[in-house]
Design a protein around this ligand. Structure first.
Ligand SMILES: [Zn+2]
Length: 178
């Protein structure tokens, strides 16, 4: 129990400083915060592979955006390297962003983000299992390519090991996040 608590206290999902905490008034109406993983098509039953980088489904996101517009919902797309590095992936999202209809965050899928200095597989699909220097290089490559395609990067960083169903205890890579 205590080890679970200490692992949680080291989570990089916790805010780095008090200024990062968003305060909602106690009696305000409920808020919807919508963060969408924008990533390559992924077969959860297949092994991890650097070659798995098809992003053709991103174009279909316009159908969902039309629904969001009806409710004036501005989602944040957590973009990963395959999306940010291929026009077919980033162009639809860039158009939404330029219209002010979405924001862009970053999401690290280590197995499809260079440099590929690790053995690709289940263990190393969790960024926290990589050496801090390699985590940093991958984060740097990801954020750099998002900036290069003229997307302003919001203060949102998702990681493979933070996604639903992929949460792992004891991960800490806060040094690479700074
Ligand atoms: Zn993902």
């Amino acid at each position: 129990m205590s080890s679970a608590r200490s692992a949680f206290s080291r989570s990089v999902m916790l805010p780095a400083s008090a200024g990062d905490i968003v305060h909602f008034p106690l009696h305000s109406s409920p808020k919807v915060i919508c963060i969408i993983d924008a990533e390559e098509e992924f077969d959860w039953s297949a092994p991890f592979a650097t070659s798995n980088n098809s992003v053709k489904t991103i174009a279909a996101q316009s159908a969902a955006q039309a629904i969001y517009r009806r409710f004036n919902l501005v989602p944040t797309y957590a973009v990963d390297y395959p999306v940010a590095s291929q026009e077919r992936g980033y162009q639809p999202l860039r158009e939404f962003a330029q219209a002010g209809h979405c924001e862009i965050g970053a999401q690290l899928h280590p197995w499809v983000t260079p440099p590929y200095d690790e053995i690709v597989g289940e263990e190393n699909s969790f960024a926290c299992n990589l050496p801090p220097e390699l985590q940093f290089k991958k984060i740097e490559a990801l954020t750099e390519i998002i900036r290069r395609i003229s997307m302003s990067l919001q203060n949102c960083f998702g990681q493979a090991d933070m996604e639903p169903g992929r949460i792992r205890r004891g991960c800490s890579n806060s040094s690479a996040m700074k």
